[in-house]
Design a protein around this ligand. Structure first.
Ligand code: ZN
Length: 68
């Protein structure tokens, strides 16, 4: 319940093919999310365009703009 403090995104969905992944903190890798036992793998040839849930921005402002 401390998601607000995490800088790491924990879920991402491809806007192109619908692939959904979830960050596995133990394995430190992305895992495909399953919905009702069906992996949402999307299109393996897709150049995924991730829609990161929440306010996280991977190339975000808070890293390089020293807004204090
Ligand atoms: Zn995709």
């Amino acid at each position: 319940m401390s998601d607000g403090k995490l800088r790491t995104p924990t879920n991402r969905t491809c806007e192109r093919c619908g692939r959904a992944e979830q960050w596995d903190r133990t394995e430190e890798t992305w895992r495909v999310v399953e919905t009702d036992g069906t992996p949402r793998v999307g299109n393996p040839h897709c150049i995924h365009e991730w829609d990161i849930n929440g306010a996280f921005s991977p190339f975000g402002d808070d890293a390089d703009s020293a807004e204090v």
